[in-house]
Design a protein around this ligand. Structure first.
Ligand code: ZN
Length: 158
């Protein structure tokens, strides 16, 4: 990695931590390159999670869908603060990418982790989750979300 790229990655990780996010894509801090960082700490206060994912630095990611069965999650985004929206995405994917040493790697991700990857990689293409909320009654300010939706079952019973 060039010094410049290294600094960018460090900046992105710091920004992600500052906002207690689980991922950040370079275009979110106005760097138009195919790079994202993902890290899920099981003590993350933003989402109620029972999984952890150590820090991943992902260049040039390419997603292949392995299972199209929809997985729904109330997503949030540092680029659209204060909101949560229910989005369904394919539940299992493979991600081919280059890591921080430019080594080609591949991983599979399911359920919430698959959602995080797809959400971050959408940013690379300039897409936001808000355009994928199909049911407008399931798009809310965080306070509303916590009051009315957090403990409600999803429409598909999941
Ligand atoms: Zn986002």
């Amino acid at each position: 990695m060039s010094d410049e790229t290294k600094r960018l990655v460090i900046d992105m990780v710091e920004t992600m931590h500052e906002y207690t996010g689980v991922g950040l894509a370079a275009p979110q801090i106005h760097e138009p390159i195919n790079l994202c960082v993902i890290e899920i700490d099981d003590s993350n206060g933003r989402y109620e999670l029972d999984i952890a994912q150590p820090l991943l630095v992902i260049f040039n990611a390419k997603i292949s869908v392995l299972d199209e069965t929809p997985f729904g999650f109330w997503e949030g985004c540092l680029s659209v603060p204060g909101l949560r929206g229910y989005v369904e995405r394919p539940r299992k994917i493979r991600v081919d990418y280059l890591d921080h040493t430019a080594t080609a790697r591949s991983l599979t991700a399911e359920d919430f982790l698959a959602t995080v990857f797809q959400h971050e990689l959408d940013h690379i293409r300039g897409q936001l989750y808000v355009d994928k909320v199909k049911d407008r009654t399931r798009f809310a300010f965080i306070e509303e979300f916590q009051r009315y939706h957090m403990d409600a079952p999803a429409p598909d019973g999941k």
